[in-house]
Design a protein around this ligand. Structure first.
Ligand SMILES: NC(=O)c1ccc[n+]([C@@H]2O[C@H](COP(=O)([O-])OP(=O)(O)OC[C@H]3O[C@@H](n4cnc5c(N)ncnc54)[C@H](OP(=O)(O)O)[C@@H]3O)[C@@H](O)[C@H]2O)c1
Length: 261
């Protein structure tokens, strides 16, 4: 059974569909109950047993509540998809400290705590899958405006790679999935839909279904990191090899296009 966070929309819902198609039963979590229940009904019709547990992962107790509830229901988690996430682009000083704390909790602390809670049983059973949805942003130079987003995703990539190495040979696969621009609710939630749609042509956008399929296959193949899309891989390669001065210039252009800073 796979636990998927942020399953009420976008990449998380797409990952739930891919898992169900591959025969997994699912535990779906996010804050909004209605889209989770609608997805659960859809996946049940495909034959997947689905459980919905609503949680706000910005609450420090949420990962532990999820774990306790799953134990109480005697469900066995051998797949963990840490996908929930969001960004804010108004700039560091214009963003409430509580929002910064929530970003760190939802996209960094919660994934690590959930992995720490569920991985021991996976190792004991000799089978498990941990797929952490990071971002191309985690491989790019620092950006202004959404100042913490890239570093949080960079941390998640490195932590996933470290855990991947540690669990090699145990039957537990660990992969960081690093999507570039993906058509989901993400840019509606952070209020940048119009900016990003006019700044970036249609060919730079991928569907959530494609990203989910690439992520699932990479985790099955036990690749430590996967970045869907040739252009995204070129950008990540450039960022790795450019000196900082040039890399920051490259990203400065991106910030200007998005009218940040
Ligand atoms: N879209 C992109 O261009 C893109 C690119 C790179 C990486 N990503 C990453 O992909 C992941 C999925 O994003 P998406 O594009 O699918 O965005 P999305 O459509 O906005 O979905 C985000 C999901 O995260 C959940 N979520 C947000 N805050 C939460 C909280 N406090 N507690 C629990 N769940 C929470 C949302 O559910 P509720 O609102 O119901 O809680 C929703 O299910 C994120 O980690 C994002 O950083 C996205």
């Amino acid at each position: 059974m796979a636990l998927i966070t942020g399953a009420s929309a976008g990449i998380g819902a797409a990952l739930a569909r891919v898992h169900a198609a591959e025969g997994w039963d699912l535990i779906l979590t996010a804050r909004r109950e209605a889209p989770l229940k609608a997805l659960a009904a859809e996946l049940s019709r495909l034959g997947a047993a689905t459980t919905v547990l609503t949680e706000d992962l910005a609450d420090p107790a949420a990962p532990y509540r999820l774990f306790d509830e799953i134990q109480a229901r005697e469900l066995s988690v051998d797949g963990l998809v840490n996908n929930a996430g969001f960004s804010r682009t108004a700039g560091f000083l214009n963003t409430d400290p509580e929002i910064h704390a929530a970003m760190i909790r939802v996209m960094l602390t919660a994934p690590i705590e959930l992995a720490r809670l569920f991985a021991p049983a996976m190792v004991a059973r000799g089978y498990g899958r941990i797929l952490n949805v990071a971002s191309l942003a985690g491989q790019m130079p620092a950006t202004g405006g959404d100042t913490l987003y890239g570093p949080i995703k960079g941390f998640l990539i490195k932590a996933s790679q470290g855990l991947h190495l540690e669990l090699r040979g145990t039957g537990v696969h660990v992969t960081a999935l690093c999507p570039g621009y993906t058509l989901t609710e993400f840019h509606d939630v952070n209020g940048t839909r119009d900016e990003v749609s006019s700044a970036y042509p249609a060919w730079m956008w991928q569907t959530a279904d494609h990203v989910a399929r690439v992520g699932y296959a990479a985790c099955e193949a036990n690749r430590p990191k996967v970045t869907p899309g040739a252009m995204n891989n070129i950008l990540a390669g450039l960022a790795k090899h450019l000196p900082d001065r040039l890399a920051l210039k490259m990203v400065g252009g991106h910030a200007k296009r998005l009218k940040r800073n």
